[in-house]
Design a protein around this ligand. Structure first.
Ligand code: ARG
Length: 720
């Protein structure tokens, strides 16, 4: 068999995909891509983009927390990211009295900064480990490959791990397992909150404007990395000092015009640009609609309580925001996939592949195997989504399901007292977090609603045996909402999870029978066990086979058309990438033109006093009306520019990413994608895809004029 993986390393970035599509590995930029960047307006050398010998832009780009990007903007470890990335920390640091989520927060000196449990991860270097991985996996079938891969990764990453210096390796499968690259990271753990705007500014427009252009949100928050005195990563300590970074981004006050170069570094989480028609069908017909249907109900139940009470709003804010964000995403994704006929387009690609693969033993069965694999799994797909997004969509039930680890410690042979203690300690810790964020009225409604939806929507043969009969016997007709309400009330009234005295008694002397008889535990366990017994192996097999078929399919596509290989970049997988493009207006539909930037005028137009999503602080309205824009004014517009759009290819995970001009200065923070391109994970649309960014001058205006935090402005290197 032709060995293609090595060829890819050399070639994949030599040529560029159509238009501004492409999430490139900055450390493996081919000359052709680099030249194209220069043609687009880049004025930096390759070494300035990525180097392991001297400081380069990559040293200023970090993984923020578990799923966002951030950038270093001062020589004292100051970080900019999005408000929605700092959201959990901002809400978690807030009380109704000191409500930083609502009112914003600035540290005017370092001692006012707020400790967090975040980590910040820097990329040190990368290493191609394809040969090492492949030699260990040779000859294994799909399922065995999947089983062994974690162990193989560990053997390789163990060699670079250095806990004293907080260095660790992580291996990423590129091109669906046709190449493996290890990223070596350094992780910092003392991260403090420095500033955030009021939510009305940082999330202006709320879920109505989310995933939409034109936008007027100022989606930023500010943090700082601390190190031990010797500069090494360290746990939080009052003695720690601000980090001295290798590189930080200067901040431009110059702005840009339509067509200017823009480059975005960051950590895009996931794309599947070589998805098959089978995958799209499952997504559009089952996975997305099921998730959307269940989330819709959960969101309405949470929202009804959040608008009533600021304390509830703070408790539920983070969970609500993340559920709402991808509720709208998956709904829109299916709408756009259908609108653009992506299913049919993929069928076209597959038909060509099928013709090419006909007499090739390695590839001739790939498509029919895909078809079989999806056919085997499809009938169970809905059950799985209904467990994850429905049954476990309740915080109580989700927490109760985590107690299955304790149950195992109490019942499994070979488990010791020490195992029980460990599981119990973990359960106690998690219970505290759960209780701090639990809102009983909305959670009860969610349990009743999702319990009934599972009953109604999921095939009866897939229900946990006897479970619904038990409800029927005690509480009445299974077609009646009142039955589920009575059942839920009884569960909430009787579970020891919500009763501190009962919980303390159980904790003092934990036993399996008490746990198994607890109504919340019994409920969670019935559904999770049912899934584990009947579907989880099938699901792992489905995923393992799909991965293996994906690897072959990708390899075949590359062999089929060697010229195409040159235009390929690996799918996003939360490894560092750079994308480049231009600031650019677009036409979303017939006769409609969208400008490339928004201004303070639009902010005032959208402002609705007292509204949940479109209210703003009085001082902002006041200063905007006075047109007090200071040094942040855009001279050509004679206005404060708020947000702008670019053609860059990014996705979730890039949130907080630096938008960089041709000279390496920060011009904005990427924070969203547009509605017309919500199908972007599967297909990049060269005419309609846009990245939505907040103009850095609007960020600085908020910090300076509204927050009066001159200390932050003074720390930056401003370029005029
Ligand atoms: N859609 C954005 C993203 O996924 C999140 C925007 C947060 N704002 C909001 N209104 N939910 O990165």
């Amino acid at each position: 068999m032709k060995k293609i993986s090595i060829a890819i390393v050399l070639c994949f970035s030599l040529f560029k995909a159509s238009a501004d599509e492409g999430m490139w590995l900055p450390m493996l930029l081919g000359q052709q891509v680099y030249d194209d960047m220069v043609k687009h307006g880049l004025k930096l050398t390759k070494e300035q983009l990525y180097s392991i010998n001297q400081p380069s832009i990559k040293d200023a780009v970090v993984i923020f927390g578990g799923g966002c990007t951030g950038e270093i903007v001062s020589n004292q470890g100051l970080i900019f990211t999005n408000h929605h990335c700092g959201y959990g920390v901002i809400a978690g640091s807030s009380t109704v009295e000191h409500n930083y989520l609502k009112d914003g927060f600035y540290a005017y000196s370092k001692d006012q900064e707020i400790k967090s449990d975040l980590t910040i991860t820097f990329l040190e270097r990368i290493e191609d480990v394809t040969d090492k991985v492949e030699s260990s996996l040779k000859g294994l079938n799909a399922v065995d490959r999947a089983k062994k891969i974690a162990e193989v990764y560990k053997q390789i990453t163990d060699k670079v791990a250095d806990s004293v210096n907080s260095v660790s390796g992580k291996i990423y499968s590129m091109f669906k397992g046709n190449q493996y690259i290890m990223y070596v990271y350094k992780i910092y753990k003392d991260i403090r909150l420095v500033g955030a705007p009021p939510e009305s500014i940082g999330k202006f427009g709320g879920d109505t404007d989310n995933w939409e252009w034109p936008r007027h949100t100022c989606d930023y928050s500010i943090f700082r990395v601390y190190t031990a005195k010797d500069g090494k990563p360290a746990e939080y300590s009052a003695d720690n000092v601000p980090m001295k970074p290798k590189w930080f981004l200067p901040v431009s006050l110059k702005g840009y015009k339509d067509g200017d170069f823009s480059m975005i570094y960051g950590y895009p989480g996931g794309t599947n640009r070589y998805e098959t028609s089978y995958g799209i069908k499952l997504k559009n017909e089952i996975d997305n609609p099921s998730l959307v249907h269940l989330r819709d109900v959960r969101l309405k139940d949470m929202y009804a309580e959040m608008i009533k009470d600021p304390a509830v709003k703070l408790k539920l804010a983070e969970n609500y925001a993340s559920v709402a964000n991808y509720y709208k995403f998956y709904d829109g994704e299916t709408k756009q996939l259908e609108k653009y006929h992506v299913y049919e387009a993929k069928q076209g690609v597959e038909s060509k592949f099928g013709t090419w693969a006909k007499d090739k033993p390695d590839y001739q069965n790939v498509l029919s195997d895909y078809e079989k694999n999806y056919a085997t799994w499809t009938s169970s797909a809905k059950e799985r989504v209904y467990v994850i997004e429905g049954i476990l969509g309740s915080s109580l039930v989700d927490y109760a399901s985590s107690l299955m680890a304790l149950e195992r410690a109490l019942t499994q042979q070979g488990k010791t007292q020490a195992d029980v203690k460990k599981a119990l300690d973990a359960a106690n810790e998690e219970r505290k977090t759960f209780l701090a964020e639990e809102d009983l009225p909305s959670d009860k409604k969610i349990v009743a609603a999702t319990g009934m939806m599972f009953y109604t929507d999921v095939d009866k043969s897939q229900h946990p045996i006897g479970f619904y009969q038990g409800i029927k016997d005690k509480f009445g007709s299974l077609d009646d909402e009142a039955t589920y309400k009575a059942w839920t009330n009884s569960m909430f009234d009787n579970t020891m999870i919500l009763d501190s005295a009962k919980w303390a008694a159980f904790s003092a002397n934990p036993d399996a029978v008490t746990l198994q008889n607890d109504p919340a535990f019994a409920y969670a366990s019935a559904f999770v066990q049912n899934y584990i017994l009947k579907y989880s192996n099938a699901y792992s097999d489905f995923v393992a086979k799909n991965n293996e078929l994906g690897r072959l399919y990708m390899k075949g596509i590359m062999e089929m058309n060697p010229a195409a290989v040159k235009k390929m970049y690996p799918d996003a997988n939360f490894s560092m990438r750079v994308s480049y493009g231009n600031v650019k207006s677009y036409n979303p539909r017939d006769a409609v033109h969208y400008d490339y930037e928004t201004t303070s005028k639009g902010v005032l137009d959208k402002y609705v006093p007292g509204d949940y999503e479109f209210d703003l602080p009085a001082n902002e309205i006041d200063l905007l009306k006075k047109r007090d824009f200071g040094q942040y004014i855009d001279k050509s517009r004679n206005d404060l520019v708020t947000d702008f759009i670019t053609t860059n290819d990014i996705t979730g995970g890039n949130s907080g990413s630096p938008v960089i001009d041709g000279s390496g200065n920060l011009i904005g923070l990427a924070f969203d994608g547009n509605y017309e391109a919500l199908s972007h994970k599967i297909q990049f649309d060269k005419d309609l895809n846009r990245t939505i960014c907040v103009d850095i001058r609007y960020v600085l205006w908020c910090i300076d004029k509204l927050g009066n935090a001159k200390n932050i402005i003074n720390e930056l290197k401003l370029v005029r």
